[in-house]
Design a protein around this ligand. Structure first.
Ligand code: NAD
Length: 469
């Protein structure tokens, strides 16, 4: 068996490695660096910035921890150097893993010639091919990821307007930053640059930040970020951007019928990402796609052409690196007729703000909308011993549990089954993993309660919530 995989991000390269491990021959085509957006200009570089932000925040609180007469400088070029070094180290690791006799890594741009053949043309970084080459295979997996979206408003294409890619390489910390979009990307950069000493304003179109997260969590996280000095305007519809002088932009928006403006040295556009279907020649192929991305079967990741699969951001289902990896496993298993127990609907997500937020499973709002009776159990980091010792007590944990339906009503879930967990506070991105493990095994509250947590740890926040019945 031979498989072509287009795109070497966490969807593509992880699937290629697993396929090779199972003895399948793979042609992996990549037009840029291996590792995809996640490793080169997404999750990994932003997390290096998060670490810098954390160090600076700790220094600011130095007196609390007995540090006196503290003076320090902040050389932003070192932040960029460290980020680049981390990315290069990890990219080198992926390249090493891909150096496998069953994997042919082709550096170039792929386009479908027909349903079994892909033409690869030069134009990659780093360039390693001189002329176009064709590859054919029994099965093809498309994993070409996504690109930043912009707004169809005047000024959105001004040269200085940053996306999540350019902001990773700016030369200095701006004195002020206006972030358009209070989603995951917008808030992570807002939090980071606020810690870097920049005055940050976030403009979010919806009623709350993080529209896809638990409302309660979003409201409290907003308060928390506002307390740190980040100005967040919700229900703000951005209408135009103008360059007011060589050093600043004015962002105009309407809020509750009133025209308002924000002036900032830099503007970050963080209003979502769209599937990267460009140059694949999908129209000639007859492969179905919408504005959201390539249409796939929710369980197999098959497209309307059954031997072609699409995994990761390209199918627009869940724009998360780990979703791409697991969708890749699901696709490969389907190709090879391997059974698995992966439930793609139980997908954890984390927002690396300070404090962090994380979520898995159904939210209370979703349950209300779907008429699922639930009870919510809560606990607070201020009552968690470890959080108090760390001086990081801001945050809560909320567990959504299926409840008994009213007489005559029905629920798709057995009462007592744990359906979701939503939290913000220190190390939320790690804590959510336990809830994810239990929810994906369809655990009940009683089963959750039987798990012993080490004391004193932050994970006890989850224990406190599930025992608060
Ligand atoms: P997003 O969809 O999470 O957020 C975009 C935000 O922009 C939304 O809140 C939306 O309401 C707002 N918006 C849209 N139009 C607007 C307007 N005219 N004015 C003001 N606000 C407007 O998208 P994102 O933050 O760009 O992230 C893209 C994708 O990448 C997401 O799917 C995200 O989950 C993923 N991602 C995940 C992580 C992570 O898991 N830590 C990190 C980065 C990105």
């Amino acid at each position: 068996m031979k498989i072509i995989i287009i795109g070497a991000g966490p969807g593509g390269y992880e699937t290629a490695l697993l396929a090779a491990k199972r003895g399948v021959e793979v042609v992996l085509i990549e037009s840029a660096h291996v590792g995809g957006i996640c490793l080169n200009e997404g999750c990994i570089p932003t997390k290096t910035f998060c670490k810098n932000a954390e160090v600076l925040d700790s220094l600011r609180e130095g007196e609390t921890f007995g540090l006196t007469d503290l003076t320090y400088g902040f050389d932003f070029s070192k932040v960029i150097d460290r980020k680049n070094a981390v990315v290069e180290q990890l990219r080198g690791g992926v390249e090493g893993l891909l150096n496998n006799k069953l994997i042919t890594l082709v550096r170039g741009k792929a386009s479908f010639k027909d349903a079994h053949t892909v033409t690869v043309t030069p134009g990659a970084t780093p360039v390693t091919m001189e002329k176009s080459v064709e590859y054919s295979a029994d099965h093809i997996i498309i994993a070409t990821g996504s690109v930043s979206s912009s707004l169809p408003i005047p000024g959105a294409d001004l040269p200085g307007i940053l996306t999540s890619r350019e902001i990773l390489d700016i030369e200095k910390v701006p004195s002020s930053l206006c972030v358009i979009g209070g989603g995951v990307i917008g808030l992570e950069f807002a939090s980071i640059f606020s810690s870097f000493g920049c005055e940050v304003t976030v403009l979010e179109y919806c009623k709350d930040i993080l529209p896809r997260f638990d409302t309660d969590l979003a409201k409290r996280l907003k308060q928390s970020l506002s307390k740190r000095g980040i100005s967040i305007e919700t229900q703000a519809q951005v209408t135009s951007i103008t360059e007011c002088d060589s050093n600043a932009y004015t962002v105009s928006y309407t809020r509750k019928g009133k025209e308002e403006t924000v002036t900032a040295e830099k503007v970050l556009m963080a209003v979502g990402r769209r599937a990267n279907v460009a140059s694949l020649n999908l129209d000639d192929l007859g492969l179905e796609y919408t504005q959201r991305g390539i249409v796939t079967d929710e369980r197999t990741m098959q497209t309307n052409i059954p031997h072609i699969y699409a995994v990761g951001d390209i199918n627009g289902r869940m724009m998360l690196a780990h979703a791409a990896t697991f969708q890749g496993i699901v696709a490969l298993d389907h190709i090879m007729g391997v059974e698995n127990q992966i439930d793609l609907s139980v997908m954890p997500a984390a927002v690396f703000t300070s404090p962090e937020a994380a979520s898995v499973g159904l939210t209370e709002d979703e349950c209300k909308e779907r008429g699922i009776p639930v009870k919510c159990l809560k606990s607070f980091f201020r009552a968690n011993g470890k959080a108090v010792t760390m001086g990081e007590t801001d945050g809560f944990c909320k567990v959504v549990v299926a409840a008994e339906p009213k007489e005559g009503a029905q629920s798709p879930y057995q009462p007592g089954r744990v359906l979701g967990c939503h939290l913000y506070g220190p190390h939320s991105s790690d804590i959510v993993q336990e809830a994810c493990a239990m929810i994906s095994r369809k655990a009940t509250l009683e089963e959750f309660q039987s798990v012993i947590h080490t004391h004193p740890t932050l994970t006890e926040v989850l224990q406190s919530a599930i025992h608060s019945v």
